[in-house]
Design a protein around this ligand. Structure first.
Ligand SMILES: O=C(O)CCC(=O)C(=O)O
Ligand SMILES: [Fe+2]
Length: 333
């Protein structure tokens, strides 16, 4: 995995831009703020911007870039929440995450996820303890492509760590160094597989906001219905993109297709690495090149639990315009 550690001078430069950003707008998820954040991020150091540009355009096979060195004021952010509503104390951190994310593309959210927020919370929720979901903890969160079931899924996700006291690892795997035989590649490139929506889209992380009831847009560019058969590999054959979420996939009926998927899952499993994020770390994951997950842990629900913030980033916001309903909206319905 690629890493970049911010220099002291970059940290203070970013801190000043973050102060400027949060003074602009009360709502860090508004269209105005998201647009201005993308402008302010152009004032990050050339070194950082170059690195992000390289990550975007060269698409390193490892599919992840860790940016460390930012400082999180543990006292200012206050206790890890237990519900999805206490956001005021984390404005600095959220603005930092939005600015960094803006260097890769534009932020989106889902009406069906976290009440339509663009900046997502990742902390353990007691009711989700045993669930296969980012806000669970006791289950291994199986590695996955984020929102693999949906054609409008993000190109990248960004995870900002606020605290991680037990150093619980995020997991990552890619096709770096993986060899697959031609027949397996053929099968994985064929539309033989189905991926169900994961639990985060089933209304578990808060109600769908008013006026945002999920709607069906058959001819609005939203792509195939979720359970249409898709390929697991796509794009360029010698360096394919990935789309899979094994926990939410059933083995295909054709034994050869099932074996091909099994082979890929085994190879990715063998490539899986642990990345224990520290406060201030931003992990950028290329959602076409890498899969990610999380090791299990035991939450204490005492205000000191693991706490991350997350954004989803697309390279082409236009693709989802019909599903967002308006250029100002970042929320896919
Ligand atoms: O908790 C983590 O490290 C990652 C969770 C996850 O899969 C996500 O937030 O998309
Ligand atoms: Fe995820």
């Amino acid at each position: 995995m690629e890493r970049l550690t911010l220099h002291h001078s970059e940290v203070s430069q970013i801190a000043a831009l973050v102060e400027e950003a949060i003074a602009l707008n009360d709502d860090l998820e508004s269209a105005d703020f998201l647009q201005e954040a993308a402008v302010l991020a152009q004032e990050f150091s050339r070194r950082l911007r170059r690195r992000m540009m390289r990550f975007r355009l060269e698409e390193p096979t490892g599919g992840a870039l860790l940016i460390s060195g930012m400082v999180v004021d543990d006292e200012r952010i206050g206790p890890t929440p237990s519900s999805l509503d206490q956001r005021r104390r984390t404005r600095h951190e959220e603005a930092y995450l939005v600015l960094v994310s803006s260097l890769l593309g534009d932020l989106i959210g889902w009406a069906t996820q976290q009440s339509g927020h663009v900046i997502h919370e990742v902390f353990p929720i007691r009711d989700h303890e045993h669930m296969q979901i980012g806000t669970g903890c006791r289950q291994l969160l199986w590695w996955h492509t984020e929102d693999a079931f949906h054609p409008l899924r993000a190109d990248y996700l960004a995870l900002l760590c606020l605290r991680n006291p037990q150093r619980t690892p995020t997991t990552l795997a890619s096709l770096q160094g993986v060899h697959l035989d031609e027949e397996t590649i053929d099968l994985l490139f064929a539309p033989l597989y189905t991926i169900r929506p994961d639990e985060s889209h089933l209304g578990r992380t808060g109600p769908v906001p008013d006026g945002m009831a999920p709607i069906t847009l058959p001819d609005a560019g939203a792509g195939p219905a979720p359970l249409e058969k898709v390929s697991v590999l796509f794009g360029e054959r010698s360096r394919p993109y990935l789309r899979l979420d094994p926990y939410f996939m059933d083995a295909p009926a054709e034994p050869q297709a099932a074996r091909a998927l099994e082979t890929l899952v085994d190879r990715l499993d063998a490539n899986l690495i642990d990345v224990a994020l520290s406060p201030g770390d931003v992990l950028l994951v290329d959602n076409f090149r890498a899969v990610h997950g999380r090791r299990p842990f035991q939450a204490r629900y005492d205000g000191a639990d693991r706490w991350l913030k997350r954004t989803l980033i697309v390279r082409d916001l236009r693709k989802s315009l019909a599903a967002r309903g308006a250029v100002e909206s970042r929320i896919i319905r």
